[in-house]
Design a protein around this ligand. Structure first.
Ligand SMILES: *Cc1c(COP(=O)(O)O)cnc(C)c1O
Length: 395
């Protein structure tokens, strides 16, 4: 019989520490391995399958488009691309969209846009972009540079210059850099995802936004993980009453197909022109048709359900044995266990529940339409595993 694990280990570059599970199929928030074992999926492919596996509405949108034309290049117009851009702008008060294929590329695009705007308006020596310590913005050389975690940088020097990392939630540290550097933009995740589901304070976000506006520093929000309904609003910035100049998003937008988007506000609506940026696959009609089917359903009633489900998880975990704290918003949830998160997540997997980790936390990013029963069952397993981890110790 074909040995997936052995072959993958031999031929796929060794950059991922995979769980010892092969997933062959799924439906909604349930996935199945080749032995037929069922799992409740609380990770949704790192927040990507926004409506679960093989969601019928998304699947229909994608397969119908697949039957028409699967790719045209950006030399030609396609309807899904235009419709998706329009809907994204209508739902965010942004003015223009650039489509790409991943979160890192979306960040590359808004970084290029910020530098171009600052050079056009303030001169070519205004290029510094302030980002936060403990942030994550991607794996390309420039987005690694933006990422405020030293351990990602070490092996890949020299990185792109012009990024300064400041501690999160420290407004004075931010203004100090703005007073000593010529700053083009400030790039933030409202909740640091890879950094351990670490939320920024509302007051901090609002102060940074106001300062940025006052000094013509572009407010750039990385919504790759927090976007597309994850926090109970369409985009996380909408929880804080701020309006960014640039937004990057990806992960959940495509419902499982690769798509990224950079959104441009009023101020930067004309910053890029012919030839300034591009992507061969960007705006792919199949990905856009799928994304459109997702975005259309992320309306207020649906988003308030996301919020409620997040509250349900928080209430279930309240005072749970072996759990120190719970962070996050909506269905972006970080659980700080008393014991090692990775080991606990392995135990959950053995018991048929797939979770993620982020730093020292168990991270949950379930499908936004996960049935309440699946969520309750999954969280119960996490609670059991966390409780057992501390019970063993007292014996
Ligand atoms: C995942 C992620 C990225 C990178 O996205 P890719 O699609 O892997 O390039 C960037 N920023 C944030 C906040 C992310 O969570």
């Amino acid at each position: 019989m074909f040995d997936i694990k052995k072959t993958d280990d031999a031929f796929v570059m060794n950059t991922y520490k995979r769980f010892p599970v092969d997933i062959v199929s799924g439906s909604g928030s349930r996935v199945y391995d080749s032995k037929g074992k069922e799992y409740i999926d609380l990770g949704s492919g790192i927040g990507v399958t926004a409506f679960g596996i093989a969601d019928p509405v998304w699947q229909k949108a994608v397969t119908e488009q697949m039957g028409k034309v699967q790719h045209t290049s950006n030399l030609y117009y396609t309807e899904p691309c235009a419709k998706l851009a329009k809907l994204l702008c209508e739902k965010t008060s942004m003015k223009k969209v650039f489509f790409c294929n991943s979160g890192a590329e979306a960040n590359e695009c808004i970084i290029k846009a910020a530098r171009k705007y600052a050079a056009d308006v303030h001169g070519s020596d205004t290029y510094t972009i302030v980002t936060l310590k403990n942030s994550f913005h991607g794996r390309t050389v420039t987005t690694l540079s933006a990422t405020g975690q030293e351990h990602y940088h070490e092996l890949f020097q020299p990185l792109t210059p012009g990024f300064v990392h400041v501690p999160a939630n420290d407004f004075d540290a931010f203004t100090k850099v703005c007073n000593t550097h010529k700053v083009a933009g400030v790039l933030l995740e409202c909740i640091q995802g890879e950094g351990g589901v670490f939320p920024l304070e509302a007051d901090y976000i609002q102060k940074v936004a106001a300062f940025a506006k006052e000094h013509d520093i572009l407010l750039m929000i990385d919504e790759v993980q927090t976007g597309n309904g994850r926090t109970g609003k369409l985009y996380a910035f909408q929880n804080f009453g701020v309006q960014p100049d640039l937004v990057s998003t990806a992960k959940g937008l495509g419902g499982g197909l690769p798509i990224g988007a950079a959104l441009f506000g009023d101020k930067v609506e004309k910053v890029l022109g012919f030839g300034d940026h591009g992507s061969t696959f960007g705006g792919n009609p199949v990905c856009c048709a799928g994304a459109l089917s997702i975005l259309k359903r992320l309306d207020d009633p649906f988003l308030s359900e996301v919020k409620k489900k997040g509250e349900l998880v928080r209430s279930l975990l309240k005072g749970a044995k072996g759990v120190q704290s719970v962070t996050g918003m909506g269905l972006m949830i970080g659980i700080l266990p008393k014991k090692n998160a990775s080991e606990l997540v392995m135990k959950c997997m053995e018991r048929g529940v797939l979770c993620l980790t982020a730093k020292n936390k168990i991270r949950l990013l379930p499908a936004l339409n996960i049935p309440k029963e699946d969520l309750e069952k999954g969280v119960q397993v996490i609670k059991d595993v966390c409780a057992e981890s501390v019970e063993q110790e007292t014996k």
